[in-house]
Design a binder for this molecule. Structure first.
Ligand code: DCT
Ligand code: MG
Length: 347
């Protein structure tokens, strides 16, 4: 997860684990809702409502939207201008209409940027705070009804926007390995995400641990005792979100600890290794074969039967894709190397 990405705290347990593709519609919906909020601020109630309603429906739409026309044909309230905005967003990743509104409402824009850069404050909450009259972090700190996690977000904001150099990630990995080995030498764990993909820096620490039950509490306690967990943001039965700091000479960073049951290990490892783009492509491939792939497992869509997979290699093999090492699962991947039938039979 992005260390500086706000809003995660508002998600309830169960939804907390990220689904690759649904976030594409959500990103689009967020942009449209943001346009809606600017229109609302300008008193353009009619347009505000149109954008907000379209955003809500797009967020709930069950398939990934691939064009403005598709949205216009299938989603009530999407007319010509929203359809054009969707195309522009899908094509360029940005919407001119939104940039113009931001420029026209510069003070609002700057404040929303400031607020939404805080962990635990997403655009929706940032808008709410702005509408309630808050303008500075001091306003928020002293006057707004902040959650404990948002307060921590403000305290550590300067650290949390920084990426973690690989050299520091290696140290974090070593330290966590020492602590967890002491706890249980047989514990299976790995730092996934961009670190496992070999990237030069990471936004956060995505620690996966194999197991069930109370082991999460024991892990958190062990890390806490060793002094490297400096704040707790949220905890569910299978996920812990906190802040880790090696010591005063280091910055503080976001850590997510995810408990993965043994039967989901391969799919969980693949999901949390990413990249997000790789996840989208491999899930799409699975669907083409009548299968559903997520962090919990690989399933037959028709029968809901779970197909047992022990390793990531198993998943690649079943999906007829050449094995890609974590380093090869880059964010700018555009397609997966399909194994041709002749190669398959010759193997
Ligand atoms: N993930 C996903 N869909 C999302 C978000 C995340 O499939 N919407 C998966 C892929 C990567 C993994 O979860 C960890 O997420 P992040 O930490 O956000 O990504 P990262 O690749 O580790 O990048 P960063 O270095 O910024 O943490
Ligand atoms: Mg990460």
């Amino acid at each position: 997860m992005k260390s500086s990405k706000p809003g995660k705290m508002s998600r309830e347990e169960g939804k907390e684990l990220r689904e690759g593709e649904s976030s594409l519609n959500q990103d689009l919906a967020d942009q449209l809702a943001l346009i809606g909020s600017y229109y609302e601020a300008e008193g353009n109630i009619y347009r505000a409502r149109a954008y907000n309603e379209a955003a809500e429906r797009i967020a709930k739409y069950p398939r990934v939207i691939t064009s403005g026309t598709e949205a216009r044909m299938n989603i009530r309230g999407v007319g010509a201008s929203i359809s054009a905005d969707i195309d522009e967003y899908l094509l360029t990743g940005s919407i001119r209409r939104l940039r113009d509104l931001e420029e026209k409402n510069k003070e609002r824009f700057d404040t929303l940027q400031l607020f939404s850069g805080i962990f635990g404050i997403d655009m929706k909450i940032a808008n709410k705070f702005y509408n309630e009259g808050y303008r500075t972090l001091e306003d928020l700190w002293f006057k707004a009804p902040l959650t404990p996690a948002q307060k921590i977000g403000i305290l550590y904001r300067k650290h949390l926007v920084l990426r973690i150099p690989r050299e520091e990630m290696d140290r974090i990995n070593n330290r966590i390995t020492e602590i967890l080995f002491q706890l249980d030498p047989n514990l299976k764990f790995v730092i996934a995400g961009s670190y496992r993909r070999g990237e030069a820096s990471s936004g956060d620490i995505d620690l996966l641990v194999q197991g069930n039950g109370h082991i999460l509490e024991e892990i958190v306690e062990a890390l806490d005792k060793s002094g490297i967990l400096v704040a707790k943001l949220a905890k569910g039965s299978s996920q812990y979100m906190g802040i880790l700091r090696l010591g005063p000479d280091f910055n503080a960073h976001r850590i997510d600890i995810l408990l993965i049951p043994k039967e989901s290990w391969a799919t969980g490892l693949m999901h949390f290794t990413g990249s997000k783009m790789f996840n989208i492509l491999i899930r799409r491939r699975a669907r083409e074969l009548g299968l559903k792939l997520n962090q919990y497992g690989l399933f037959e869509i028709d029968t809901h039967r779970q197909i047992p997979v022990k390793t990531e290699e198993d998943i690649f093999r079943i999906l007829g894709i050449k094995y890609l090492s974590p380093e090869e699962r880059t964010p700018n991947l555009s397609s997966l190397p399909i194994v041709s039938e002749s190669e398959e039979t010759s193997n």
